[in-house]
Design a protein around this ligand. Structure first.
Ligand SMILES: Cc1ncc(C[n+]2csc(CCOP(=O)(O)OP(=O)(O)O)c2C)c(N)n1
Length: 625
């Protein structure tokens, strides 16, 4: 009976402090049950969260949140922290509009210290907080929890560089589970595997101490004097050397599901007066077999059946990502210079099959978007044809590389921007709404978006012939289900497509084309006659087609699934300005510059009037004005 009720008694981290190990283990079980139940209904980051239940319990047991600051890298693994910090009752509304966010959000709780969603930021945040604490003579602890995936991001190493130099007291919990979303990659990953496979560390350290103590008194000065010997000893007995040599104490590897080991290690770290890394070895998906066996599939899970682990699908249409993946495979069969580059998202980007078929032409560089861009730029300069497949939201990180290392040198690379537009459930950190803005002003850059999956394949195949860098955006989720042409068609640069005749002009960009056609039909019946143009290109614009309508009609309306400030509509407005066309009605339909909560795509589209009825509403009010 008692087992089932522990979680109900936890109102905050202070309620953990008097629990026995047995009670803590039982609590871990209850938390796992709750996470599995809620995520099976709402979807969410299941395997990362199941992997850190004990780790989070131990952190909240040893430290005093919110006085002590626990910062979660990426933040997708924060569910247990939320449950333990007064949000258990709201957990049922996880990722629902108006409910709890799936990531740490400062506005949600004083226990959420730094908003996250993108990887590799936690160490920088921890360092800033540590410097501020010391300057203000405060004495709380600062803990950054970062995964081995997060450590593949350059920013984590920029922070370590400063942390090791300044030596502020920070606890870095390195959660090693061998996985990013897919299997983790790179030399660092191998190094961490080496550290963890040397589970002997804690034991060896004790042996080392005993061994050193057995050396006669004269031995000590000898050892101190003989630096080379000391190094040899360290190398043999202290495998966390990389961190130690950066000036950061190393504790590990700790068995990440043993509360006793975790608590002891965190206690040790808490009393160390400087930066310390605690390497914890955890299992992604721990405690739920389907997730444990397929941690990638359950990384960000759709709702699923708890008994079978089967996820809801139902809809037989392909996704835009899978059409992208299949097309690139088809093109690569004929051109051995085509290579694909991803930053830690081979599955989500539909490149799994490509990677299997062309392993020597596939590069997963880790969570390293900036590096992915420059690496690809150099490949392109050397005659290869890279397709850099990165989500719209994550490529934001590489803005300088896009300008400095691609656009200025006019290097032909194709950037395939998946999840461009509104994305469900994850909230503002993951919305792919800025790419039109951050691409369209770059010199030489061709910026385009298909109206549907059939046009996606034609655009992708055409892009290889443009001889310039290309940004090709497409949305998350199911495609429209249109028939697919067998052969690729060439789409000429800067040419739009007129899909419906009419008096005034409605220009739709990318995935807005089909909803705009529907809206235009409804408006026709209400007496508003609109031509509908599939823009295809945000840069260069099809100026001729736009001008033809703008000169003889009375209104131009643009529609995009992106932020309007500086976006596609702004490009059209700038063009009309340069042509001195001011005496027409003009409206930009898109996403306003504001932060909005997580929700379903349909809910968010409705909120901003991006669905056919919303588009009708926007346009009717324009004509009434
Ligand atoms: C800049 C950036 N690129 C890509 C992602 C997508 N992403 C989310 S979680 C994740 C893997 C993180 O791995 P790790 O830090 O080891 O955490 P784990 O899920 O294994 O616990 C990736 C690549 C991201 N959040 N941020």
């Amino acid at each position: 009976m008692e087992n089932k009720s522990i979680l109900d008694r936890i109102k905050g981290p202070q309620d953990l402090k008097n629990l026995s190990y047995k009670q803590l283990y039982n609590l871990a079980g209850e938390i796992r049950d709750l996470i599995i139940r809620v995520v099976s209904k709402n979807g969410g980051h299941l395997s990362p969260n199941l992997g850190v239940v004990e780790l989070t319990l131990a952190l909240n047991y040893v430290f005093d949140s919110p006085k002590d600051k626990i910062i979660w890298d990426v933040g997708h693994q924060c569910y247990t922290h939320k449950i333990l910090t007064g949000r258990k009752d709201g957990f049922y509304k996880l990722r629902k509009m108006g409910g709890l966010s799936g990531f740490p959000v400062r506005d949600e709780s004083e226990h959420d210290i730094f908003n996250t969603g993108h990887a590799s930021t936690a160490l920088s945040a921890a360092m800033g907080m540590a410097v501020a604490r010391d300057k203000k003579n405060q004495n709380h602890n600062i803990i950054a929890v970062v995964g081995d995936g997060g450590m593949t991001g350059g920013m984590a190493w920029e922070a370590l560089n400063q942390i090791g130099h300044h030596r502020e007291k920070i606890v870095i919990v390195l959660n090693y589970n061998e996985m990013s979303i897919s299997l983790n990659v790179g030399a660092l990953s191998k190094y961490l595997t080496y550290l963890v496979s040397g589970q002997h560390y804690l034991r060896m350290k004790d042996h080392a101490k005993t061994f050193l103590k057995t050396i006669p008194v004269v031995g000590w000065p000898l050892i101190k004097a003989g630096r080379a010997f000391e190094e040899a000893i360290k190398k043999t007995f202290f495998p966390g050397l990389l961190f130690e040599e950066l000036g950061i104490r190393y504790i590990g590897a700790v068995e990440g599901h043993s509360l006793k080991s975790l608590i002891e290690a965190f206690e040790e770290a808490k009393y160390y007066d400087g930066p310390v890394v605690v390497l914890c070895a955890t299992k992604k998906g721990k405690g739920y077999l389907p997730a444990q066996n397929e941690p990638s599939r359950f990384h960000s899970a759709r709702p699923f059946d708890i008994k079978t682990g089967k996820m809801e699908s139902g809809d037989p249409r392909p996704t835009f990502s899978s059409v992208f993946g299949k097309t690139i495979e088809k093109l690569a069969e004929k051109d051995r210079y085509i290579v694909a580059v991803t930053a830690a998202m081979p599955g989500g980007k539909g490149l799994k099959d490509f990677a299997e078929r062309f392993p020597d032409r596939f590069f997963d560089v880790g969570i390293a978007e900036q590096h992915a861009v420059d690496f690809s730029a150099a490949l392109a300069l050397s005659g290869f044809k890279p397709v850099v497949a990165i989500y719209s939201t994550f490529l934001q990180r590489a803005y300088d590389q896009l300008y400095h290392d691609v656009s200025l040198m006019d290097i032909p690379i194709i950037f395939a921007l998946d999840r461009a537009g509104i994305v469900p459930d994850d909230g503002p950190t993951h919305q792919g709404i800025n790419d039109i803005v951050y691409f369209r002003h770059l010199p030489n850059m061709i910026v385009m978006a298909p109206k549907d999956e059939n046009e996606l394949q034609h655009m992708l195949s055409s892009a290889f012939s443009y001889g310039h860098p290309v940004a090709l955006r497409f949305p998350k989720g199911k495609a429209f289900g249109v028939p697919m042409d067998k052969d690729f068609k060439d789409i000429p640069v800067g040419k739009g497509e007129l899909l419906k005749e009419g008096k005034d002009l409605l220009i739709a960009y990318g995935q807005m084309v089909h909803p705009c056609l529907e809206a235009a039909d409804k408006l026709e019946r209400k007496g508003i006659s609109l031509a509908v143009m599939n823009a295809r290109y945000a840069s260069p614009l099809d100026e001729e087609m736009i001008l033809g309508f703008a000169e003889r009609g009375s209104a131009v309306i643009t529609a995009e699934e992106g932020v309007v400030a500086g976006g596609f509509g702004s490009a059209v407005r700038e063009f009309l300005d340069t042509m001195n066309i001011f005496n027409i009605k003009f409206k930009r339909i898109g996403i306003p510059k504001k932060i909005y909560p997580a929700g379903k795509v349909e809910q968010i589209k409705k909120m901003f009037g991006l669905d056919p009825d919303g588009i009708v509403g926007h346009i009717e009010s324009l004509y009434k004005s």
